[in-house]
Write a protein that binds this ligand. Structure first.
Ligand code: GLN
Length: 199
């Protein structure tokens, strides 16, 4: 494991795993899918992809991954969640299923499917603190938003109406949108730099 090329896993239970693997490779990381608890010991950082958080949560329980994921993240493993992944990193969620578990780690309340029917999918230019070179094209697909945050959470991006769509707390990063779908690897580069700094 060289300090310049961190190994970053993508939680591969469900969701757009392949796109994140490609974006991480483009950002200069060694990327690999993660499906088993033992594999959590072999990575320097973890991406939790977009997809369907209720399914991801169910599969994490079935595969015995939920507690190992919580332990590893509590222990300081850097993690980045996009969309459903943001929901998985939230300490609390609104609009989830009654039995829906999250990994948690970020002191925030996230509302699932927050943008409603008229606006289920849209794109918006998003300026992100820590990402240079102009706004990122944010792809929002039945996306969550951040309803409120605790004092240790930094807001990195808002939409024009003030809605919070990207946050960071320590080594944890989350976006409401999917930067892995656009071919722009700057958000994955930001996360890769966070992972490198934590090595
Ligand atoms: N609505 C999905 C969920 O609740 C998230 C959608 C996505 O990841 N694009 O998990």
């Amino acid at each position: 494991m060289s300090s310049s090329t961190p190994t970053i896993g993508v939680l591969a239970l469900q969701g757009d795993v392949r796109e994140h693997l490609a974006a991480l490779t483009g950002a200069g990381a060694q990327a690999r899918p993660v499906r088993r608890a033992e594999e959590l010991a072999e990575i320097d950082g973890l991406v939790i992809p977009g997809g369907e958080s209720t399914t991801m949560s169910k599969l994490a329980v079935i595969f015995g991954l939920l507690e190992p994921l919580r332990d590893r993240i509590r222990g300081g493993l850097p993690a980045y969640g996009s969309c459903a992944g943001m929901i998985m990193l939230a300490d609390k969620i609104l609009g989830g299923r009654d039995d829906q578990e999250t990994i948690g780690g970020i002191d925030m309340i996230v509302r699932r499917n927050a943008f409603g029917r008229q606006n289920e999918s849209f794109e918006a230019a998003v300026d992100i603190t820590g990402v240079e070179g102009g706004p990122v094209e944010g792809v929002f697909i039945r996306a969550p938003w951040v309803e409120s945050t605790g004092s240790g959470v930094e807001t990195l991006a808002r939409l024009a109406d003030g809605t919070v769509v990207a946050v960071r707390q320590g080594n944890l990063l989350a976006t409401s949108f999917h930067p892995e779908l656009t071919g722009d690897h700057r958000v994955h580069r930001l996360f890769t730099d966070m992972v490198r700094a934590a090595l």
